[in-house]
Design a protein around this ligand. Structure first.
Ligand SMILES: *Cc1c(COP(=O)(O)O)cnc(C)c1O
Length: 395
């Protein structure tokens, strides 16, 4: 092992010396309140996709984010799929997707028989690079009848999916500008950014549609779940309709006007969501304290740097990350192996989606910044309540 990778590993292990192992990367935080509301839900017998918790959870999300409409789904992935359907995507159209994201972002495009087209991210936000994207689109696209076409593949470019990586807002104003210029939809994959703001507005307010995830590893969880949100009523309503098998409202008749989906979140999960929403501000405080703690601990280090919220934004610090410098990059896996063997949940960023075998034949721009970033990122344990454990405080 390189002596510096030994140093880093030791530093990371020492932080958690006093805490019982294993320590997960991001663990759920469940309590009495979740039990109470689930019990209330079970007693009411409204356990499926209708009921008061589904409605209340949607209201809570609307109040908190300031996004006007919400439609709960069984997962963030289902919400992404639904977003593309609501925006009327057609087979063979292209969707611009970051290479540095979770696989679901690209999978949702494939579900529609459309084509993910991978674009590059930058080091200042870990999200898409608007200047590079603009330059690229100016080279490869042409506008015809108000729509954007890839000159080389002849396919229509339908939309751009922006992802707010680890809860840090992407450069959304500039990206929105690019989408307007090329006349394409903007979808925000806000799966990781509940509680993150850009220029004072909650993430997810900027795109045509945004989606959040409540999977077990996200900042709040319903076990599994997601939501499609939009400031446009028609999008959220269409999503609700299509996610409940496109059944026409009627007292007793089964009439379905389209091939719909069974994607609606059950009331039981929504009950957990309502309890988690009550705690969101406490969760965010705990996560910010942890981020401050890491930041101070690592600030004099020259071998890596702690990723902090980009300018103009306030991050939820869903996953904390250090970024290795060039010298240490080759030793990332040594560090991972050494620290993980101590049952401490650090992780690399996702393998680039563009490198997955299943996506090897998809179009892409130069991805040099994503490639570099992917090799250097290490995510640190980031659970709610971890800071309090380290400092023996209480939450
Ligand atoms: C978690 C996540 C999703 C998928 O959400 P699920 O609820 O797990 O389906 C999509 N995109 C990103 C970036 C995510 O982190």
């Amino acid at each position: 092992m390189h002596h510096k990778s030994i140093d880093i590993s030791q530093t990371l292990v020492q932080i958690f010396n006093e805490i019982s192992k294993p320590i997960g990367l991001h663990e759920p935080s469940m309590g009495q309140r979740e039990q109470e509301l689930v019990e209330e839900c079970l007693k009411s017998n409204w356990v499926s996709y209708l009921g008061k918790f589904v409605n209340q959870f949607e209201e809570n999300l609307i109040d908190y984010t300031g996004i006007s409409y919400a439609s709960l789904m069984v997962s963030g992935t289902a919400a992404l799929h639904m977003a593309l359907i609501v925006l009327d995507i057609k087979p063979e159209e292209e969707v611009l997707v970051p290479a540095l994201t979770f696989v679901a972002t690209a999978n949702s495009v494939k579900y529609c028989s459309a084509v993910p087209h991978f674009v590059d991210s930058n080091e200042s936000t870990l999200g898409l690079d608007p200047e590079k994207l603009d330059k690229y689109l100016s080279e490869i696209t042409e506008l015809k009848n108000g729509f954007c076409y890839n000159k080389y593949t002849k396919r229509k470019i339908h939309s751009l999916i922006v992802m707010h990586t680890f809860g840090h807002a992407s450069d959304i104003d500039a990206l929105l500008e690019v989408c307007r210029k090329y006349s394409i939809f903007l979808i925000e994959d806000t799966a990781e950014s509940l509680g993150s703001f850009y220029k004072g507005k909650h993430t997810g307010n900027f795109g045509d549609i945004s989606i959040f995830s409540f999977n077990g590893n996200k900042i709040i969880t319903t076990g599994g779940g997601g939501v499609l949100m939009s400031n446009k009523k028609e999008y959220a309503e269409k999503a609700k309709f299509l996610s409940t098998t496109a059944k026409k409202p009627h007292a007793w008749e089964f009439d379905h006007s389209e091939v719909g989906y069974n994607y609606r979140m059950p009331n039981i999960n929504a009950a957990i969501g309502c309890a988690q929403m009550e705690k969101l501000s406490t969760f965010l405080e705990s996560k910010r304290n942890l981020a401050d703690f890491y930041k101070k601990l690592f600030q004099d280090n020259k071998d890596y740097w702690f990723f902090q919220e980009p300018r103009h934004s306030k991050s939820n610090y869903w996953l904390n990350a250090i970024i290795l410098n060039d010298e240490l990059e080759p030793y990332r896996d040594e560090i991972l192996n050494s620290v993980i063997s101590e049952k401490i949940g650090i992780r690399p960023a996702w393998k680039l989606i563009s490198d997955l075998e299943i996506y090897k034949d998809t179009p892409r721009m130069d991805l040099s910044q994503s490639i570099r970033l992917q090799r250097k990122i290490i995510n640190l344990p980031s659970s709610v309540g971890l800071y309090e454990k380290i400092t023996r405080g209480t939450i």
